[in-house]
Design a protein around this ligand. Structure first.
Ligand code: PEP
Ligand code: MN
Length: 337
């Protein structure tokens, strides 16, 4: 159950409400986000919702029986639009495109990528400075020095930055240099990290865990929301299956299901999803048809020289063709459905 409190609820009205909830044996969790205040009630037994719905100081009350509640579409039917400022939004009619290298490698590489994005009117650049790598000997990112350069060049050019945060201790230092925090697949259920990201007023894109279910992804998003941050994006990036012909199994089914279950925008990552450059564009387009609100793709001037994930990284020309097709497909798709 979700109770949307009125903005001018008096302390007395709130106390009455909390008393009523505890009388009904409903466990109540107060949630205060950057937008408004809620009480998430967990009833143990069935009760008449009108006993609470008629109380003073409440805007609305909804029954939500799923384990995830605030991110559910059962109470919020209009879709969430994430506003990054400067007219950059995610979740509206326009397809969001995020592109950039797997890893931030050098200032030259940042400048070069920024030029590619400007040329294609792309407003969000991806790039990791803290890289989760299977081997400890692989390149693990430039850290804060890289992030500062990344943010500086992007903000000078009106481009927003999305980058992965790997641990709780990094959140504070990264905060001023990030427009969207990415939670990687390996951290999808790092609940401490999700808790902290719920306390900041920056959008968070949560990638689905490698063996994570759709419900688990939604529960991870619930951690962020219930800690106070409503600005959340969900990302399908492929799951690990028995199939070895490609890197991961991009679960396109997840896209309509997530959009059916949640009001949050859904992003598709075909780069990690299939992991093979020659098929990334096709799967990106498939994701758009499946209803994704945006795509995130890896691109590099010279993918064969990329410090990480070169095999799934697009050449600029390939990427440009994809951006154009994805944008026109998005328009057609919206028209059809
Ligand atoms: C990435 O975006 O480069 C990345 C490491 O993604 P994932 O967490 O999906 O593997
Ligand atoms: Mn990568």
């Amino acid at each position: 159950m979700i109770i949307q409190l009125s903005n001018n609820i008096t302390p007395q009205q709130k106390e009455n409400l909390l008393n009523q909830l505890s009388e009904l044996n409903i466990k109540s969790n107060e949630v205060k986000t950057q937008f408004r205040n809620y009480i998430v009630g967990i009833p143990k037994v069935d009760f008449d919702i009108r006993t609470i719905g008629n109380m003073e100081g409440i805007d609305d009350i909804h029954r939500v029986s799923d384990d995830y509640k605030l991110v559910s579409k059962k109470w919020k039917t209009e879709r969430t639009i994430i506003d990054l400022g400067d007219n950059v939004t995610i979740g509206g009619h326009e397809l969001a495109i995020m592109a950039g290298p797997c890893s931030i490698e050098s200032e030259e590489q940042i400048e070069n990528t920024v030029q590619h994005l400007l040329k294609n009117n792309i407003k969000i650049m991806r790039g990791g400075v803290y890289k989760p790598r299977s081997s400890p000997y692989a390149f693990r990112g430039l850290g804060m020095d890289g992030l500062k350069l990344f943010y500086q060049h992007c903000s000078e050019n009106g481009i927003k930055v999305i980058t992965e945060v790997m641990q709780v201790s990094q959140v504070e230092e990264m905060l001023d240099y990030v427009d969207i925090f990415q939670v990687g697949a390996r951290n999808s259920q790092n609940f401490n990290l999700l808790d902290i990201l719920g306390e900041v007023d920056k959008p968070v894109m949560i990638k689905r865990g490698m063996s994570g279910t759709i419900e688990e992804l939604l529960a991870s998003a619930e951690y962020v929301f219930s800690n106070g941050n409503e600005k959340i994006l969900l990302c399908e990036r492929g799951i690990r299956t028995y199939e070895k012909a490609y890197r991961n199994t991009l679960d396109l089914n997840a896209i309509p299901i997530l959009k059916e279950k949640s009001h949050l925008p859904v992003i598709v990552d075909p780069s990690h999803g299939i992991g093979l450059r020659q098929h990334v564009a096709t799967m990106a387009l498939a994701g758009v048809v499946a209803g994704a609100d945006g795509i995130v793709v890896e691109v590099h001037e010279e993918p064969e020289k990329a410090f990480s994930d070169g095999q799934q990284t697009l050449y600029y020309e390939q990427a440009e063709e994809l951006y154009n097709k994805a944008r026109s497909l998005n328009v057609v798709f919206e028209y059809i459905v």
